[in-house]
Design a protein around this ligand. Structure first.
Ligand SMILES: NC(=O)c1ccc[n+]([C@@H]2O[C@H](COP(=O)([O-])OP(=O)(O)OC[C@H]3O[C@@H](n4cnc5c(N)ncnc54)[C@H](OP(=O)(O)O)[C@@H]3O)[C@@H](O)[C@H]2O)c1
Length: 279
């Protein structure tokens, strides 16, 4: 028998084995999402919904370390890996040290220097009529809702894998007006414009960017304004075709969907998730 005919099948089998092993290794590497403000409210539901899609999650918290720990445990119960890191978006100068912690967490817990999905969710609310807004309040909202989102994204883009996605959480109040939200909604409007530029400027890296804009959701947001004020809640519910305000699980699944292969062609979009409020 000609030696060539024996060698060829053997080298083909060897190549196939290398290919299958490589494929298995690739498949065993999970994707990783970073969800800011994942300790409670919408961010917690986003983190858990993303984990249920088979993606590992790093959350951040500002003051509730204990709650963040519980979210990490809940994520781990779904079979995914998780971690929590402290982040205060109101203290802009701490962003570089947060990014160092993020890099160390990726290296120590995942043996990687990259991740896949950045969900800019952390935020706070206040109802302050335009004529009473102070420069200090304006600056705080600017830092938390826009400046830190802008530069955290700039720090994170070199760490994002091709195929990665940025999901910026805005608000229905950029489309309709909620009196007392002039500063908050203006910052969210800036985030929406920023997102379109991200989609345009990062496409060449295979990175997409979208906005999810929730309507009113009953969380701790704005001193639990909806939960603590039944009349306000009723008024908001009456504005919805479904006659209710939102729950965190009305939003988290949409953010998780944007992290899936099925959503890969959605880019540069603002998706309002408000149950059709004020249509
Ligand atoms: N709830 C609504 O009706 C609604 C509607 C539209 C849009 N949104 C937007 O959805 C996002 C989440 O809101 P939510 O309802 O989930 O609020 P939430 O229940 O009050 O939770 C806020 C989250 O953000 C974190 N956080 C607060 N201030 C921060 C800061 N300075 N730096 C870093 N993290 C900070 C909190 O961390 P700690 O737990 O450690 O404090 C917590 O994880 C916000 O961007 C908000 O503007 C909310």
């Amino acid at each position: 028998m000609c030696p060539k005919t024996i060698q060829q099948p053997n080298s083909t089998v060897a190549l196939l084995l290398v290919f299958i092993t490589q494929k298995r290794l690739d498949m065993s590497v999970s994707k990783i999402a970073l969800v800011t403000g994942g300790s409670r409210g919408l961010g917690k539901d986003m983190a858990l919904s993303i984990a249920r899609k088979g993606i590992d999650v790093i959350i951040t918290y500002k003051s509730n370390a204990e709650m963040a720990k519980e979210v990490v445990q809940e994520i781990e119960q779904t079979g995914r890996k998780a971690a929590a890191i402290h982040l205060d978006m109101a203290t802009f100068s701490t962003l570089p040290s947060f990014v160092q912690h993020l890099k160390a967490t990726l290296a120590n817990n995942w043996q990687t220097d990259h991740f896949d999905f950045l969900v800019n969710n952390a935020g706070m609310g206040a109802t302050v009529p335009f004529e009473q807004v102070t420069e200090a309040l304006f600056d705080e909202f600017l830092d938390v809702h826009f400046k830190s989102v802008y530069f955290l994204t700039q720090y994170c883009v070199p760490l994002l894998n091709s195929g990665g996605r940025i999901i910026n959480i805005s608000s229905g109040t950029t489309r309709y007006c909620n009196p007392g939200y002039s500063v908050y909604a203006s910052m969210k409007g800036a985030v929406e414009t920023f997102t379109k530029y991200l989609a345009k400027e990062l496409g060449h890296k295979g990175i997409g960017a979208n906005v999810v804009a929730p309507g009113p959701v009953e969380t701790d947001f704005n001193n639990a304004a909806i939960r603590n004020n039944p009349q306000f809640k009723e008024r908001l519910a009456a504005m919805s075709p479904f006659n209710r305000v939102g729950n965190a699980d009305d939003i988290g699944g949409v953010v998780a969907f944007l992290c899936t292969e099925e959503a890969k062609w959605i880019n540069g979009q603002r998706i309002e998730v408000s149950g059709g409020l004020n249509v």
